[in-house]
Design a protein around this ligand. Structure first.
Ligand code: OAD
Length: 286
């Protein structure tokens, strides 16, 4: 008779985190965790970014993040970046704070994120626990000579819809990874961390974009995977716990079951303070 397949349950998850059976938790995140913070994801029908770019007359939606297209026609990306990163202010959602709580409890081995919004860092997760696989918007470089550009000046240009060029005349682009560019060295330097995981949590990602999605196939056999998402796109394996639904709701329930609500409130207070301080520091001197 075949041995019964071990199912990994939500109770196993709560118990395993509570009693520190899981001490090297690797978390993979995508755009879905920032949707409640007001940033659209990419592929959700109707609301996703790729479904709402018709005004830019792109050959295909992904062209807005394509390096070759950008070099020919940077305006669509500059306009979108203005809409997303200049006209709005975002604060972390519950899920970003959950990452902070895992880090504070010394249970977070690494958070690999495809997001460029930096909200986990604003929520207080030390950057040493974060691999921003698709880059970030805290810095910018020239696409031609690769020289670092001043990010504040770049943001100012976005605000006034001016294309920012380097003194070599190359286009300035924030350090977001575009299609046609390699991922940061930090991703490759750290990808083996997933082989050291005793628990993997993937949240808010369709797991459709390589090489990031390839991390899932590096999870050692037997290590449980928790997938928190509205839909199960790709993940089929033993020891999988699929938690279907809204991420913040699922994560808040988990936080309650872990008895971490008090830590959540404290983390949110600190996060709001950090965000406010960040804005003060960003204010240019007159
Ligand atoms: P996607 O838009 O592909 O996937 C987001 C996933 O999150 C989808 O499966 C949604 O159903 C789910 N989702 C969204 N909001 C949710 C919510 N509130 N609760 C639960 N689930 C929710 O985004 P990513 O997987 O992050 O790369 O996309 C990966 C990469 O594709 C991006 O980093 C970007 C893009 O092209 C580059 O531009 C290089």
């Amino acid at each position: 008779m075949e041995p019964a397949k071990k199912e990994f349950t939500r109770e196993d998850l709560v118990k395993g985190i509570k009693n520190r059976q899981f001490k090297r938790i690797v978390v993979l995140t995508g755009a879905g965790i920032s949707v409640s913070a007001g940033i659209p994801d990419f592929r959700s029908a109707g609301t996703g970014l790729y479904a709402n770019l018709s005004k830019y007359n792109l050959p295909k939606p992904e062209a807005i993040f394509d390096l070759e297209y950008f070099k020919e026609n940077p305006e669509p990306f500059y306009k979108l970046a203005k809409e997303l990163f200049v006209e709005k202010e975002f604060t972390p959602a519950i899920t970003h704070y959950f990452l902070r709580l895992l880090a504070s409890a010394e249970l977070l081995h690494m958070n690999f994120t495809q997001n460029i919004d930096g909200l986990e860092v604003i929520a207080g997760v030390d950057l040493k626990y974060v691999v921003e696989a698709h880059g970030n918007i805290r810095s910018a470089h020239c696409t031609a000579c690769k020289k670092e550009a001043n990010i504040r000046e770049f943001m100012w240009h976005l605000k006034y819809e001016k294309i920012r060029r380097c003194e070599c005349s190359g286009l300035i682009k924030p350090d977001i990874v575009f299609f046609g560019e390699d991922l940061p060295k930090r991703f490759y330097d750290n990808m083996d961390k997933i082989k050291e995981a005793d628990l993997v949590i993937a949240m808010g990602t369709s797991l459709k974009v390589m090489p990031f999605a390839g991390l899932m196939s590096m999870v050692p056999e037997g290590v449980p995977i928790v997938y928190i998402n509205r839909e199960n796109t790709e993940v089929v394996r033993e020891n999988l716990l699929f938690m279907e639904g809204e991420i913040d709701e699922q994560v808040l329930d988990l936080i309650k079951d872990l008895g971490w609500e008090i830590h959540l409130s404290a983390a949110i207070k600190r996060g709001l303070f950090r965000a406010a301080l960040g804005h003060l520091l960003e204010t240019p001197k007159l």
